[in-house]
Design a protein. Structure first.
Length: 232
């Protein structure tokens, strides 16, 4: 099993090549640290969810973003569909020695649909619509589609003390192109491609370590990701 895990991580790093450069270089490998949580109420279709993210331009020290997000979710019984209404606050920094930041408040609506394919392929389709209130911009909108796949490395499903591979791709499309003061944005906003090794410590608690390639209209950047996923 250990040989398989090392092989998976090695393949991921080959797939997402990066260069180690000075802190001010936009191509430097970054890192995101995340805590993702969900809570379902007993005998109810209602619950809440959210995530806390600390994003860095480098591995640690050069803060890129702090993201705080939470929402109320509704999941009909015996259905793979889940609906979410939520809010997010994002504080974005400037790469390098500058302490300049700007804030964004965001409302979002989300629908996700889980589908199992075959014996071991677990997919989830997530559609998200965002209303974005960014400092010094007119109100902006954005559409997001995320396809995620989990593949257990042993057995037919992810359970306590089992390992799995996590993959996703997320496409971001801007709604309003005019953001005020004569400024415009492209229709394509960005794309995120991610691969990771995951391990379920116990029922309701998982960890993932992987690499994400984010590409926008200007350049691309590789981000290490370490995340804790907690359901309670």
């Amino acid at each position: 099993m250990k040989k398989k895990l090392f092989f998976v991580l090695f393949v991921l790093f080959l797939f997402f090549p990066f260069k180690s450069k000075a802190q001010h270089n936009p191509d430097e490998l970054g890192a995101w640290y995340m805590y993702v949580f969900t809570k379902s109420f007993v005998d109810s279709s209602w619950g809440f969810q959210g995530d806390i993210q600390h994003r860095n331009f480098n591995i640690l020290g050069d803060l890129q973003q702090i993201l705080l997000r939470g929402g109320v979710n509704y999941k009909p019984k015996n259905s793979p569909l889940k609906l979410v209404l939520g809010y997010a606050y994002i504080s974005t920094g400037t790469q390098g020695d500058s302490d300049v930041t700007f804030a964004e408040n965001r409302l979002y609506h989300e629908a996700s649909y889980a589908v199992k394919l075959g014996k071991k392929l677990y997919t989830n389709h997530r559609f998200r619509y965002e209303l974005r209130y960014v400092a010094d911009h007119d109100t902006r909108t954005r559409y997001r589609y995320n396809l995620s796949i989990n593949i257990p490395l042993k057995g037919g499903f992810v359970r306590a003390k089992t390992s799995y591979i996590a993959i996703y791709n997320e496409l971001f499309i801007n709604g309003q192109r005019n953001i005020g003061k004569g400024r415009t944005v492209e229709l394509f906003d960005r794309n995120r491609l991610y691969g990771a090794f995951g391990y379920m410590i116990k029922e309701g608690l998982k960890v993932q370590f992987g690499l994400m390639r984010q590409t926008d209209n200007i350049n691309g950047k590789n981000q290490l990701q370490f995340s804790i996923h907690h359901s309670f």
